[in-house]
Write a new protein. Structure first.
Length: 438
């Protein structure tokens, strides 16, 4: 997902959504139509520093599309805290947009609902072919062996951003490469109202992204090979405890971060309150908050030991935003043309440069701009040391159940309550029991 914020949704809502047949867009036939060929509705995810910033970025491009095609696009930028719930409601009510952005981690779950247009070979041919896109991005667009449920739009990975002034003031000469180094540096910084590391403890999706990576580093996955939840393995428990201990034991994350869910950690970083943050494509937000490019640095996210890579040295999930079409849109041809426009070489370069993300379109990715400080590390991580979250139908509920468990453990840490291996395992057991049974 993008700068993924919280994506909380109840189990009942999700179960209904996954049981639904194709619905959304407006047509009750479920097969799409061209009854409204001159208009489209588009739900865009909040990629920039604010919804207003996104409107300023996107509206000129939508005007350009209208000039080319005669199709007017009605834009709504939806906050990440609302997006998944809005989408799931649309899949059950039939009251949704024609085109929408989705976090790529939701692809398989939304694919299972049957509400989204499948991108088979015929549909991909309409937008220039499937081989235009980076393979890892396509791999995060739906379950293996099925036609993707969406088309990659923005690609991202996590990296460690560090505040150069705060490092210098603490006498630290270089950024950390391992978790032990990060904790040691964080302890040098965490005093006098300053903190070493930021977190968004109430952001369910961000919680998932961090503990997914840490579980990989401890040799664990969150689902078995046949797609069943496996939340209480030793590696999973170690991952969650290590993450929450950054506040509970190491005390390099401010207790107030337990309540963060809306980019507050980036604001603290920009204001010299927090020295490090693990984030996706943060450059444009730092700039909007008045930070100069030479005031921060970016390096690969830490590993337990050694250098980033695959297996136990994975240091990021494959993050990104996909663009999807509701299956029963009233402007099927127009929706397809819009996806083609948004993923064209020109638009892919322009939009990804603006947001500091990486184009999933191969030709656009060759632009030298994507080798700059702000994007080079992200591009390298995606190519060499990122792994996709499980592409299973229950992934969205995994984000809710386990993300909430981590949120509650952060709340305990902020309140001074002990966070033990036993309490972590109990929280993850509860999360696993809340998952749907087959």
């Amino acid at each position: 997902m993008s700068r993924i914020r919280a994506a909380a949704v109840g189990a009942a809502t999700l179960s209904l959504a996954l049981a639904a047949t194709a619905c959304g867009g407006g047509s009750s036939s479920g097969g799409g139509s061209n009854d409204s060929p001159k208009t489209l509705t588009y739900w865009a995810s909040n990629q920039g520093a604010s919804i207003e910033v996104d409107k300023k970025v996107l509206q000129p491009e939508l005007d350009k599309f209208e000039k080319q095609t005669g199709i007017k696009v009605k834009l709504e930028v939806v906050p990440w805290s609302d997006l998944l719930n809005r989408i799931l409601t649309a899949t059950t009510s039939g009251q949704g947009p024609d085109v929408l952005n989705i976090g790529n981690t939701w692809s398989a779950s939304l694919q299972a609902s049957g509400a989204l247009l499948p991108w088979d070979a015929k549909n991909f041919d309409k937008i220039g072919g499937k081989d235009r896109f980076v393979e890892s991005a396509i791999g995060s667009a739906g379950a293996a062996g099925k036609d993707p449920a969406a088309v990659p739009l923005y690609s991202m990975s996590y990296a460690l951003y560090y505040n150069k002034k705060m490092f210098k003031d603490a006498g630290i000469s270089k950024p950390p490469t391992t978790w032990d180094e990060l904790v040691a540096d964080g302890k040098k910084i965490s005093k006098g109202g300053k903190w070493g590391l930021a977190a968004e403890g109430s952001n369910l999706s961000n919680n998932i992204h961090q503990i997914f990576v840490l579980a990989k580093q401890h040799g664990a996955d969150w689902f078995t090979a046949d797609g069943k939840p496996d939340f209480t393995s030793d590696g999973a428990v170690k991952a969650v405890k290590q993450y929450v201990d950054l506040m509970a034991k190491d005390k390099i994350i401010a207790p107030g971060n337990a309540e963060y869910a809306q980019n507050q950690s980036l604001s603290d970083f920009s204001k010299n309150k927090t020295a490090m943050v693990l984030w996706q494509a943060a450059a444009s937000t730092f700039k909007s908050q008045g930070m100069k490019d030479d005031e921060w640095g970016v390096v690969p996210a830490p590993v337990q030991s050694g250098a980033p890579g695959q297996g136990q040295n994975v240091n990021s999930m494959v993050a990104g935003i996909n663009i999807a079409v509701f299956k029963n849109t009233k402007n099927l041809d127009g929706a397809t043309k819009f996806v083609k426009f948004m993923t064209s070489d020109e638009e892919s370069k322009l939009l990804n440069k603006t947001y500091g993300s990486i184009p999933p379109v191969k030709a656009a990715q060759e632009d030298p701009a994507f080798n700059a400080q702000s994007t080079g590390v992200l591009k390298e991580t995606l190519a060499k040391s990122a792994a996709p979250l499980p592409q299973v139908a229950d992934e969205s509920q995994f984000e809710t159940a386990v993300g909430t468990a981590v949120k509650e453990l952060f709340a305990d840490a902020a309140a001074g309550k002990p966070v033990t291996t036993e309490s972590v395992k109990a929280a993850l057991t509860k999360a696993q029991q809340s998952m749907p049974t087959k």
